[in-house]
Ligand binder design. Structure first.
Ligand SMILES: [Zn+2]
Length: 89
């Protein structure tokens, strides 16, 4: 049976195990590269809003990207606690 996913960027339904549809995949890839590049060259801003305005990536997409393992250090700096560990300060 085919499994339909809803794209996290545009809301389109598509068949894949990815979180975004094939149309949005290049945008995700580009923004992830931009985010990694920014973080490699700059100190992490102290808020999501600052990170969003510095990278041009929406807060919504940043939230999604920062859930990836690669960004766990950044996520904890920004106090984005993963869903499994709440209220740990
Ligand atoms: Zn999409």
């Amino acid at each position: 049976m085919m499994e339909l996913n809803k794209c996290k960027r545009c809301g389109a339904f598509f068949v894949s195990t990815n979180s975004v549809c094939p149309n949005c995949e290049p945008k995700d890839t580009m923004e992830l590269a931009k985010l990694k590049g920014f973080l490699a060259e700059n100190a992490c801003p102290n808020s999501m809003d600052a990170l969003a305005s510095n990278t041009g990536i929406s807060v919504k997409n940043l939230n999604r990207f920062l859930q990836q393992e690669d960004f766990s250090a950044i996520a904890s700096q920004l106090e984005l606690t993963p869903p499994i560990q709440t209220n740990l300060k």
